[in-house]
Design a protein around this ligand. Structure first.
Ligand SMILES: *Cc1c(COP(=O)(O)O)cnc(C)c1O
Length: 394
């Protein structure tokens, strides 16, 4: 269970929790911030009790302030479990599918998560069915096994999806999956717990690439998995202990430092993204913009109902095909061409430059991760790059 250092203020807002959770006890002379704890080993004799500090792969206080903070932000009864990377946390969550079991997953999930699912299919006989996660009835038919199979063991959800920005109907999917006896895991990396809290919709497991918004400064690779249920939490913890994909103390310390400014960063990045989406929709060099903030975006109504904002990732298709999209990436000066997202720095890339990206993602789609720079500077750079790409084409 969580140590409740903010028990005196049980109902504070998430933006406050992001700043205050996980602090050391308030005693005169004590440091305000948790220290970096460097030890593999804790002094211990005799038969250890549950939770007694023993050994750094099993558990270490180096992780606790971050784990407590993320647990509280997601509204979980348990602290988060920090992992060496988002993929290590995702591997732990996918271990909840038994060998020979069934897994339903978004066609446009994070491509390495899809690769891991293919690996499970080959090595463990897991049957993987890919779906369009925004088509609720089709997803639930797949979960129930209406086409003749058995019900799924796990429904994997990303919302909004990477990089297509489809929005899943979280309450309907969770309710339908639970009726069919399936667990629901949500990759909440794109939204962050300030924008979307899957446990409030009944999800069983939440995972994060902490690398992205939570750490937020493009300087840490880290992951986390959370479960509200005691048994699921224990299974994820046991997986981490046995597979050993644990996080280093410095990375976790940096991630907590990042979380302290999460609310400000997300607020600014979302505002920038919505403004850029609005302007891009009217740009002569742009064929398509996907962002749930746009009133005519297919995900707008759902996002408005279940999210606290619309996130800061855009999908943009320039006019002129792949050559124009590549020309935009070449022409930007302030935006960084790079494959990550969720940092303070604005980044973009053409996703299909990777042979492993889903073939249903348009070849000419650019994914933009909008950062916290001045929006006029971001716009001026995009505008000149789009215009230059059109001139090159024309
Ligand atoms: C980056 C990312 C991951 C993988 O996380 P790593 O920290 O790179 O291992 C998983 N899901 C989503 C949505 C991501 O963006």
């Amino acid at each position: 269970m969580l140590d409740d250092h903010t028990a005196a203020h049980p109902s504070v807002a998430p933006a406050t929790l992001a700043v205050t959770a996980g602090r050391p006890p308030r005693t005169p002379g004590a440091p305000l911030n948790p220290p970096v704890v460097l030890t593999s080993t804790f002094v211990s004799a005799g038969v250890p009790g549950p939770g007694d500090p023993l050994y750094g792969r099993i558990d270490t206080e180096a992780w606790h302030p971050f784990e407590e903070t993320l647990g509280r932000l997601e509204g979980s009864t348990h602290p988060a479990l920090v992992f060496a990377s988002g993929m290590a946390a995702i591997a732990a969550a996918l271990s909840l599918v038994p060998p020979g079991g069934r897994l339903v997953m978004p066609r446009h999930a994070y491509q390495v998560s899809l690769g891991y699912a293919r690996d499970l299919a080959e090595r463990s006989g897991v049957e993987v069915q890919l779906v369009d996660i925004d088509r609720t009835e089709e997803v639930l038919a797949a979960v129930r096994g209406d086409a003749g199979g058995r019900a799924a063991d796990l429904l994997w959800v990303e919302s909004p999806t990477n990089p297509m920005l489809e929005v899943a109907d979280l309450p309907a999917l969770v309710a339908g999956a639970h009726d069919a006896g399936a667990l629901v895991a949500v990759d909440n990396t794109f939204a962050t717990p300030l924008v979307q809290r899957p446990f409030e919709h009944g999800a069983d497991v939440v995972v994060h690439s902490v690398t992205k918004y939570l750490a937020g400064h493009s300087d840490v690779v880290l992951g986390a998995a959370l479960a509200d249920d005691d048994d699921l939490h224990a299974r994820l913890h046991a997986y981490r202990t046995m597979h050993g994909g644990i996080a280093g103390p410095f990375e976790v310390w940096l991630a907590l430092r990042g979380v302290r400014t999460l609310a400000l960063r997300v607020e600014r990045a979302q505002a920038n993204a919505a403004e850029l989406a609005r302007r891009l929709a009217d740009h002569p060099g742009v064929a398509l913009v996907r962002h749930p903030s746009l009133p005519d975006d297919p995900g707008h109504a759902r996002a408005t109902a279940q999210m606290n904002g619309y996130g800061a990732i855009l999908g943009v298709v320039p006019r002129g095909g792949v050559a124009a999209a590549d020309a935009v990436v070449d022409a930007v000066r302030l935006w960084v061409p790079a494959t990550s997202l969720g940092g303070v720095d604005s980044m973009l890339e053409r996703r299909r430059r990777f042979a492993t990206e889903s073939p249903t993602v348009p070849e000419d789609l650019l994914r933009l991760s909008v950062g916290i720079e001045d929006v006029e500077d971001l716009w001026a750079d995009l505008d000149q790059a789009l215009t230059a790409a059109q001139r090159a084409e024309g």
